[in-house]
Design a protein around this ligand. Structure first.
Ligand code: UFG
Length: 337
């Protein structure tokens, strides 16, 4: 055998391939970068309905819908898949309360189709993008993982249903899963390679940055919450730290670990007004804004107790200071386009 082929064969024997669904989206594209940096090979399955084609190298992209079980099976047949990281989902809470059918079809039925393909292809490890929305209005903050499911919107319910599917796929098919319940993903790749580009954008930090760029005021949703300054408190986690949690989860599963559920947050909360202060401090510019009424369905305070992830997987946030989150998001918002 030629030397280069020998090297190539040896390389392939050691490089694990991860199938990333939704890799053309915000968290999926950032996690793909972290996986590649960590030496994994990545194939992205995305239907591009809300993701961005330019975020994925063409040779990695397979344009396929989650509900196309046969299409997913063909992707899984291309090469051995070590694990699936499943991001592909709709994420807009407000939309989910107008068109719940979209959320149950894409998020829940789509996940069932993916799990069905995985069983057929004998791929038995999955990291699932879950959400703090599974807790609804939590009875305890910081929120531990053992609070009961209590979603207050169809988006949260669509994710709860997948967590429940995963329990049965483990029990019956031996499929091991890590459900990562994200708090507020924010920020951009520190090297400027990927960031947040939702359409429409609903998230606080990009909307504040856009208001600075356009001069058009954004609205703060309510200042009459039972919090010190009256605005909602959230746990902002840098997308790179979130991506690192996925790699820790893959390593756990590759080592033969059991199914797990983990919150991914920093354990520190910032109010909307504190985020506004941070944005003005970092950018050196005023955020044009007005004060509006509460947005329906917003809990006053969502902060993660992520001690389980820290203690069991040795993960801890590195990039999630609020200033660093805003700095990277601001650099992304000002990238050359
Ligand atoms: N906010 C404003 N003005 C805006 C947008 C947001 O004041 O224009 C406030 C919200 O009311 C909230 C905070 O900023 O208090 C954060 O809002 P985001 O929309 O950025 O994020 P959410 O906390 O509403 O949602 C996030 C995820 C959801 C997930 C939810 C879990 O984006 O996908 O956490 O509770 F469901």
């Amino acid at each position: 055998m030629r030397a280069d082929l020998t090297i190539c064969a040896a390389y392939n024997a050691f490089v694990s391939t991860i199938l990333v669904t939704g890799g053309a989206g915000y968290i999926g594209s950032n996690t793909t970068l972290q996986l590649l940096d960590a030496g994994y090979d990545v194939i992205v399955a995305d239907n591009l309905s809300r993701g961005h084609r330019e975020k994925v190298l063409p040779e990695r992209l397979r344009q396929v819908d989650l509900n196309d079980t046969e299409g997913l099976l063909r992707v899984m047949a291309e090469q051995p898949i070590e694990a699936v990281i499943h991001f592909a989902a709709y994420i807009a809470v407000g939309e989910s309360m107008k068109q719940p059918e979209l959320y149950f079809k894409n998020n829940t039925a789509g996940s069932l189709s993916l799990l069905t393909a995985m069983v057929k292809a004998n791929v038995k490890k999955i990291v699932f993008s879950s959400t703090a929305a599974v807790y609804g209005m939590p009875s305890k903050v910081p929120i531990p993982e053992d609070l009961p499911y209590a979603p207050i919107n169809a988006y949260g319910e669509s994710k709860v249903m997948v967590e429940q599917l995963l329990r049965w796929f483990d029990e019956i098919h031996g499929m091991k899963s890590v459900c990562l319940r994200y708090f507020n993903a924010a920020g951009a790749d520190p090297q400027g390679r990927a960031g947040e580009d939702h359409d429409p954008e609903t998230h606080l930090i990009p909307l504040m940055l856009r208001a600075i760029q356009t001069g058009t005021p954004m609205t703060l949703f309510g200042d009459d919450y039972p919090t010190p300054d009256g605005t909602c408190i959230r746990d902002y986690i840098h997308v790179t730290d979130l991506a690192r949690a996925h790699i820790a989860a893959v390593k756990h599963l590759s080592a033969g670990g059991e199914s797990k559920k983990y919150n991914v947050g920093t354990g520190s909360g910032f109010s909307v007004k504190e985020v506004l202060d941070a944005v003005e401090r970092v950018t050196g510019k005023k955020v044009p804004h007005t004060m509006g009424p509460r947005r329906e369905g917003d809990p006053a305070e969502l902060v993660a107790d992520s001690s389980r992830l820290r203690n069991e997987q040795g993960w801890s946030p590195v990039y999630s200071g609020i200033d660093q989150i805003v700095e990277t998001a601001w650099a992304w918002a000002n990238r050359p386009k």
